[in-house]
Structure formats: C-alpha cells, structure tokens
Design a binder for this molecule. Structure first.
Ligand code: DHE
Length: 525
C-alpha cells in the first residue's frame, strides 16, 4: 500500500511539474497557430500586451472550450485543468527578452495581392447609382469582418474577413477609393473599396495602437506599444522608416499611445506614453529645405537620422500627455495628463504648453467633437469642444478660445464616444462603461442640456454613433453577437425614433466616408 501511495505521489509530482512548466505544452499545442514566440501566425499574438483586455478566467475558458466561429478549438480533451491554468499564466507572462520586429521582419511580412495599378480605376458594377462618398465602413469584431454599407439605402453591399481585432478608426485616401485598417496585432491592411479587394498587408508592429494616413493619401504612420516604434509606410505599404521612440537623450524608450494626421500642417503628430515629448513628423518632402527652427531644430548626433522630412521634431513637455484632440487647423492640441483632473494645451508652432485644462475623471479627448456655440443673451459666438469621460458620468464642454470649462453635463455614466454633424443641433453620446450602457443620450448643442435618452434593448450595450453624409440619420451599434440580436440601429436624427435595424456581428464602429474625409467637426479624425 505504502508503495502504491509513493507511486501515486510521484505521478502527481510528475503531472504538476508538467503543469508548472507550460513552455513545452505551449510549443506542442499552441505554437503552430500562435507562433513559437507567441507573436501570432494564423491566431492572434498571446502576449500580456495583446491580452490586456481579456480577463484570465476568460482565457482559461477559451483554452478549455475553444471559441465559436473561429479556428480556436477547445483543449479540454487533451489538457487537464492544471495544465490549462499553467498555460493561461504563461501567456500572461512577458516574453523575455522582449520580442522585436526588425525592419527585415516588417518587409518580409508584406503581402501584395494586387500590384499597384492592376485593378480597375472605376467603381465596380455593384456600385452603380451608389453615392460613393455616402458609404459606411462597419467593423464587426464578433467574427472579425468588415461590411460596406450603402448610406442612402442603408443596406450592406459587401462583407469581407478582416485581421483579428481591428481597433480604431479606419483611415481613407482623399478620393475615397482606399481604406486602411490597423489590428491590435500590428497588421495594416489596405482595401480597395472600388474593386472590393484587399490589395496589400504588412505587419508593422507586434502590439499596435492605430494608423494615421496623410491628408494627401501618400504616407502612413503606425503607432506601436510593442516594440517602442513609430513606423512610416508609403501608401502601397512599403516600409519607409522605423523610428525607435527614444527620448532626447536617447536613454528612455516610450510606447506610442497614438498617431494623428495633422493634414493642414502636412505632418503626423504622435502622443508618447512614457516620455514627456510630443513628436511631429513632416510628410512635406520640402521639409528639409525649411530653415532650421521653423519646422525642426533638434539635431541628432552625427550618424543618426537627420531631422526634417519623415523625421521627428520634438516638443518638450513637463510630463507625458496622452489622447489628443486638435483645433480645426491643428496648430494646438489638447492632451490629458496622468494626473487625474488635468490636461494641457500645447501649441505646435511655439512648441510649448500654452494653457492648463481642468478635466475631471478620465476624459476621452480623442472622441471629442467641436461646434460653434451661440451663448444666450447675445454674448459672442465661440468654438467649443466637448469630450466624453471614461471614468465619470459627464461631458465636459470647453471654450476653445480661453480653454475654460463652460459646462459639465451629467450623463448616466462613463462613456467612450461622442458624435454630431454640421446639419444637426444634437450631439449623441453613450454611457457604455456603466449601468446606463443601453442608453444613448442626446445633448442639444444650443443649450448644452441633455434633451433625450434613447434605449432600444434594455441591458444591451448601445454605443458609437455615426451620421449619414447629410446628417439626417444616426447609425448606432447594438454591441452584441449577431445571434444575440447584434445590429446597426438607424435613428431619425431629428425625432430620435428607430427607423431600421441592420443585423451585424458585434458592430464595434462605423465610419462614413464623407464625414471622415471632409473632417466633419462632429466626428473624430
Ligand atoms: Fe479605442 C479609437 C485608444 C479601448 C473601440 N481608441 C481609439 C483611438 C485610440 C484608442 C488612441 C484613436 C485611434 C484612431 O482612430 O486612429 N481604446 C484606446 C485605449 O487606450 C483603450 C481605452 C484601451 C485599449 O485597450 O486600447 C481603448 N477602444 C477600446 C475598447 O475597448 C473599444 C470600446 C472596443 C475595441 O474594439 O477595442 C474601443 N477605439 C474604439 C473605436 C475607435 C477607437 C470603435 C474608433 C472611434 C472613432 O469613431 O473614430
């Protein structure tokens, strides 16, 4: 008996030692899809950065049961509970040394399905009679697809698979022919709307924040958390430059929170998460000829890159700033600071902070909108910006002349997005981070008061709205899997009544070509 007990004990030790060392289990069961280095192949990357929004119990459930409508199978028949738990711990552990993505890796990842110039320069048959500028691009993260929707008929025209977990707004060329997407795993996809084809792809990061496309449609900038780089591409997705993001002393590196196109300045502007600098990168090929001090005056050491065209010009700050909102001419930016309740306004020409902002909670400046506000009693008109808040149930309205807060509008709870349109007096916002997640709230831009609440399905998230080109209809996401009623819900923008429901699989965001390309003041850019 004692002998048997010893054997059982040894078997238990052997089993737990396998579970305690998940690396071989990972290589045996996961590496083929998720990559030997966990950087992703056909399956997504499995790194702490990539899994930041997935709670560990959900990861355990996914490994155990698999994920419906994907290639991810359940492993309950092959792995015991301890092994699954150990694997889950393993994928949330940082890879050491930190993974890298060299220029050669980026270049080697480029996939060209259709060579530049090989597809028709006219919209396909299916678009006959369609207003090509009133199309919507809808990102559905339920089964990772994108739908192209006719904004007049409000009917889908085409649906195609996307990379895993697209995030952020798709970006368009000014003629509306091409749209670029970024996935959280760093894939940049170029899609030809007129020909309904993915023309090229490239992996520009391991964990990516977003992509910006230059106002002339010729350059792209990709902001990465991993590695700490800002990557510049041309419009055919050829690699132009990888900027390691290092502070002025080239000692500290930084994640890039986001990159924005400042079209009137012909530059990209990058928010850096870990170092107190803002970078502005000119895509004006003449930038090198512009006298030092006007466009750039920071000189790198001999042998490193030269400032100017496609190189950063730094604005030094007292602290890192995140999540930018720009004035319509892009000369000033508003950024939120790490310290709760504060933000700064930075002037990109004088390259200095010019004002402090009072911003309660955690404002989501990137989702802010602007409009011309006519105050009561004949006071002078003024441009205001309004921002939703990720931590508190309120909208902050800021006077863009003196940067004072002119109103704080209470909402049902913290929310993510805000939208309006030049042709409507109303702005719409959500409370998707709260119990009020099922209710959109409508604010009158003339009175700065909340005037309506719109709820369609109690308990189900209703968020992220976008207007049709003419501002007559509002499209909102019922943020559910298709089987659970997921849909775009179309509302009349004047009466707030539901007029149509278009089934979709977890439609996260929708983007109207005209509003985006024309940089409507009611939408994020
Ligand atoms: Fe986003 C845009 C950052 C979490 C859905 N989000 C953006 C942009 C940034 C950003 C910088 C602007 C990119 C652009 O359009 O070029 N998002 C962040 C975060 O830091 C945050 C809070 C945490 C994170 O994990 O990254 C975050 N975002 C989310 C979500 O959880 C959302 C709701 C669901 C998802 O799919 O990830 C989400 N973010 C969106 C959407 C946009 C977006 C739909 C585009 C907004 C638009 O209308 O343009």
């Amino acid at each position: 008996m004692r002998h048997l007990g010893l054997l059982c004990g040894l078997a238990a030790i052997a089993a737990s030692s396998i579970a305690a060392d998940p690396a071989p289990l990972y290589q045996q069961h996961c590496a083929v899809c998720h990559g030997p280095g966990r950087l992703g192949v056909t399956g997504p990357a499995l790194l702490p950065e990539s899994l930041a929004r997935l709670r560990k119990p959900e990861a355990i459930k996914t490994i155990t049961e698999g994920r419906a409508a994907t290639q991810m199978l359940g492993f309950a028949d092959r792995l015991n509970k301890d092994e699954i738990a150990a694997l889950a711990d393993y994928i949330y552990t940082a890879v050491s040394p930190a993974p890298t993505l060299s220029e050669a890796d980026i270049k080697a990842s480029r996939i060209v399905n259709f060579a530049p110039g090989s597809l028709s320069a006219k919209p396909a048959e299916v678009f006959q009679g369609v207003d090509m500028m009133n199309l919507f691009i809808v990102v559905e993260t339920g089964d990772h697809h994108v739908t192209i929707l006719d904004g007049d008929k409000l009917e889908p025209i085409h649906r195609f698979p996307s990379r895993y977990a697209l995030h952020g707004g798709p970006k368009f060329t000014p003629d509306g022919r091409y749209v670029f997407f970024a996935s959280r795993d760093g894939w940049i996809t170029k899609f030809d709307i007129w020909n309904l084809k993915v023309v090229a792809e490239i992996r520009a990061g391991i964990n990516t924040r977003n992509v910006a496309v230059s106002g002339d449609g010729k350059y792209l900038a990709v902001a990465n958390y991993l590695p700490h780089t800002l990557v510049l591409l041309d419009a055919d997705l050829n690699l132009l430059k990888v900027h390691p993001v290092l502070d002025k002393d080239r000692k500290e590196s930084s994640r890039v929170s986001a990159v924005y196109d400042a079209a009137p300045r012909q530059s990209f502007v990058a928010a850096l998460k870990d170092v107190p600098e803002v970078w502005e990168i000119s895509y004006n090929p003449k930038a090198d000829d512009i006298p030092v001090g006007m466009i750039h005056d920071f000189k790198y050491k001999e042998g490193s890159f030269i400032p100017g065209f496609l190189n950063p010009r730094r604005t030094f700050l007292t602290e890192p700033l995140d999540d930018f909102f720009f004035t319509q001419n892009y000369s000033e930016l508003m950024g939120s600071s790490r310290e709760a309740g504060k933000g700064q306004v930075v002037h990109l020409d004088v390259r200095k902070k010019i004002a402090d902002l009072k911003l309660p909670g955690m404002p989501h400046l990137g989702s802010g909108i602007t409009w011309n506000y006519k105050p009561p009693q004949g006071a002078q008109d003024r441009m205001v910006m309004a921002t939703p808040n990720l931590k508190e149930g309120l909208i902050t309205v800021i006077d863009m002349k003196d940067w004072s807060t002119i109103k704080t509008i209470p909402t049902l709870g913290p929310g993510f997005f805000m939208r309006s349109h030049e042709n409507t007096p109303y702005a719409w916002t959500d409370s998707m981070m709260s119990k009020g997640k099922d209710t959109l709230q409508v604010i009158d831009k003339r009175t700065l008061e909340k005037v309506a609440e719109v709820k369609t399905n109690p308990g189900k998230t209703l968020a992220h709205v976008e207007f049709t080109r003419d501002g007559k209809y509002v499209l909102a996401s019922l943020w559910e899997r298709k089987a659970d009623g997921g849909a775009l819900i179309v509302f009349d923008a004047a009466t707030f009544k539901e007029v149509k429901r278009i089934p979709m699989d977890k439609p996260v965001g929708k983007y109207n070509l005209y509003n985006k390309i024309m940089r409507s003041e009611g939408t994020s850019h």
